[in-house]
Design a protein around this ligand. Structure first.
Ligand code: LRH
Ligand code: MN
Length: 430
């Protein structure tokens, strides 16, 4: 596809906005200097921040009630990469793409890999799918997959995961994320312990297939599609599984996979303590697994999660290597715009967490000065770091105003012209 949103266009757009950015950046720099913070250091850290985008996030999401496709939707994995490329060009924070198999299974892994690498992109965590039946699939996952009572179904699910590892090696990925919807809708439907044990046996076979330098990311979820019990329902089930499997198994925290008032930053702190925090699926939610744009409902919660991550870094917690990924469903927005603004919201939460005066905070915590401790966090959260984020983008050749630049580029209209709707790419996400 010839139409490209190129660096010249972005530079031209930035040129019109540089003057106010410099003004705001200088002003914030002086304010932060008074607080003992070095704006250049913060901008450096914000510039280095990275989060992967989900291939399934560039298509239009929907609910069980309806899906309202966007014009010019990607129809195959290559068009998904093209859209991920636009996100990357405009924010330069998202070089990694997380694929979902079989939705993104390529004819040729080599062709797909070079297509991505030619755009400065790489493949992040692989994702298996044993939560739906594929056409012609011998055995159904209706009653589960890795924890199914039928060993033949478990074998089928294990083989699918091993296929994801094999493909992932060809694509240059370094981790594999396993989320299963296994569970029951009624008390008594599943034996809660035997189902978990079957899961562990199956997961051990997947773990045994992990390439040496890979990580296995276990994703827990409270409910849905099962509505009474879920085999990997919470961080405890995930942590025990990781500890059972071995040192390459870690826990992945999807923000939407918890009950509304659960203290997720506490879970993050515990998983860091256990040395098993492996990564995140960032999104936001008010009720269930709403998969809304990160920071769109509760930006303070997002900040508190990054506060735990930055605090762990500050305490030099060993071996903390995190896979940050977005996992969202864009039902009413242009997915490209939502992914760009969500990547920026994560960078914002990270930059604000870097602004926390940790020495002062530790002092207030030690002396039980509750108010000043809370105020110290709030001060960082209420600092408008927009100039730092825009400067970081501008310095990387990304857009100072990504959404404006994107809209003025006419990319979506061009996609609508060049990608006549043939029905959505196999994203599976209705
Ligand atoms: C499950 C989930 C999981 C993905 C899917 C697309 O709710 O968060 O991470 O496989 O969404
Ligand atoms: Mn997820």
């Amino acid at each position: 596809m010839a139409f490209e949103l190129n660096d010249d266009r972005i530079a031209a757009e930035n040129g019109k906005r540089l003057k106010w950015l410099e003004e705001d950046y200088e002003h914030l720099g002086r304010q932060l200097a008074r607080r003992g913070a070095d704006i250049e250091r913060l901008t450096e850290r914000a510039t280095a921040f990275r989060v992967a985008v989900p291939s399934w996030g560039v298509g239009t999401g929907g609910t069980r009630f309806a899906r309202f496709p966007n014009p010019g939707e990607p129809r195959n994995v290559f068009e998904k990469i093209e859209d991920c490329d636009v996100v990357f060009k405009l924010v330069r924070t998202t070089p990694g793409i997380s694929l979902h198999i079989p939705w993104d299974r390529p004819e040729s892994a080599a062709e797909l890999r070079s297509f991505a690498e030619a755009r400065g992109l790489f493949f992040d965590s692989m994702n298996s799918n044993t939560f739906e039946d594929q056409p012609g699939q011998p055995r159904s996952y209706k009653f589960g997959s890795l924890s199914h009572t039928d060993p033949a179904v478990r074998r089928q699910a294990i083989e699918h995961n091993l296929e994801c590892l094999e493909l992932g090696v060809k694509l240059g990925a370094r981790s594999h994320t396993v989320w299963i919807g296994d569970g029951g809708n009624f008390p008594g439907q599943q034996h809660l312990s035997r189902a978990y044990e079957r899961y562990l046996q199956s997961a051990q076979k997947i773990y045994a297939g992990l390439p040496p330098d890979w990580r296995l990311l276990i994703e827990h979820k409270m409910y849905e599609p099962a509505f009474y019990s879920t085999v990997i329902q919470d961080w405890g089930s995930s942590l025990m599984a990781a500890q059972t499997l071995g040192p390459k198994a870690f826990c992945l925290v999807d923000l939407g996979h918890h009950a509304p008032n659960v203290n997720i930053e506490m879970i993050v702190a515990r998983l860091i303590h256990a040395g098993r925090l492996g990564g995140f699926h960032f999104n936001d939610s008010k009720y269930g697994d709403d998969d809304l744009d990160s920071g769109s409902i509760d930006p303070f919660r997002l900040f508190l999660i990054f506060n735990e991550l930055v605090d762990a870094e500050w305490r030099a917690v060993p071996g903390l290597k995190l896979a940050h990924m977005l996992d969202q469903s864009h039902n009413v927005t242009d997915p490209i715009e939502s992914l760009m603004t969500s990547a920026i919201e994560l960078t914002r939460a990270y930059a604000q967490a870097l602004l926390v005066d940790r020495k002062a905070l530790a002092g207030y915590q030690e002396t039980n000065d509750a108010l000043m401790a809370a105020q110290t966090l709030k001060r960082a959260f209420t600092t408008d770091v927009h100039p730092i984020l825009a400067r970081a983008r501008e310095r990387k050749g990304a857009a100072i105003d990504p959404v404006g630049t994107y809209r003025r580029s006419g990319y979506r209209a061009e996609c609508a012209r060049r990608r006549p709707a043939t029905g959505p790419a196999r994203s599976g996400i209705v």
